[in-house]
Design a protein. Structure first.
Length: 274
């Protein structure tokens, strides 16, 4: 197990509230310091007790990227983590040293997104990064042009296309528009997932969320949604929404798990061509 795999596994276990699994990634003498609050959690039992007893609902956790620690000989690894609490959004920069292949000494720097206002002359959105999440061998980034054909092929494969919508046209509009893009989950050089995101200045939208059948069950769909939300949030968009067919109960449950709720509205539409 590499340090990157250990740190990813730890925070994914926290998200699942699987404390027995989290224990497998921590050294028995693990210590975590949190400088923002002056806290120190000495030893694996205290660290896990702290996490286990934290008041619910503390939110949904997603690892945005892991830096370093890609070989078993590495001893240092860093992770950027996002926690979407019911009323606030938090970011964590975590730095870990490893011993005996396990996470041993950690420092966690927590911050509230939007918790401080910049001076007026600097008050502007940062803009979304080109790479929104990265770990060993895989990344979520703006769709490279060379993978466009793979994206359309994936949409056909998972049944997202409809005869009245040309997916190639949809892709070009999203990639060339000033307020939209397509995010791609790339494993090595192979496309394994997509999410089309865009906004009208107030509402963000998500379309073409797709995960390769061979990669399902690993949390990649949730990571793509978290990356899409990050992309919109960095542009100052306050709300994101999407459309799900009424008969697609399994997909509804997936979004409910991510914190999405059904609004009491009806979608009205009219085709402008054809």
């Amino acid at each position: 197990m590499t340090p990157a795999e250990a740190v990813l596994g730890l925070y994914e276990a926290y998200q699942a509230r699987s404390w027995g699994t989290a224990r497998n990634f921590l050294h028995a003498d693990a210590v975590v310091d949190m400088p923002a609050t002056g806290e120190r959690l000495p030893g694996r039992p205290d660290l896990l007790d702290f996490q286990r007893s934290y008041p619910e609902p503390w939110g949904d956790l997603a690892v945005l990227r892991v830096v370093g620690g890609t070989t078993e000989g590495d001893v240092v690894v860093a992770a950027e983590v996002e926690v979407r609490a019911p009323a606030q959004l938090f970011r964590l920069a975590a730095f870990w040293e490893c011993r005996d292949g396990l996470l041993w000494r950690g420092v966690e720097y927590w911050t509230t997104v939007g918790g401080q206002s910049p001076p007026p002359e600097r008050r502007q959105p940062l803009g979304p990064p080109e790479v929104l999440w990265r770990t060993d061998g895989m990344r979520i980034e703006v769709l490279p042009e060379k993978l466009s054909d793979q994206a359309v092929a994936l949409w056909h494969e998972v049944g997202l296309t409809r005869p009245w919508n040309d997916p190639d046209d949809d892709l070009r509009r999203a990639m060339n528009g000033p307020a939209s893009t397509i995010l791609a989950a790339v494993d090595g050089e192979h496309l394994v997932g997509t999410a089309m995101v865009g906004h009208d200045g107030h509402r963000g939208w998500v379309y073409y969320l797709a995960v390769s059948p061979s990669m399902r069950g690993r949390g990649l769909g949730a990571r793509l949604m978290a990356a899409g939300e990050t992309w919109l949030r960095e542009l100052g968009v306050p709300k994101v929404q999407l459309m799900v067919r009424r008969t697609n109960q399994g997909v509804k449950e997936f979004y409910h798990h991510l914190g999405y709720r059904e609004d009491d509205v009806a979608v009205l539409s009219r085709r402008l061509r054809g």
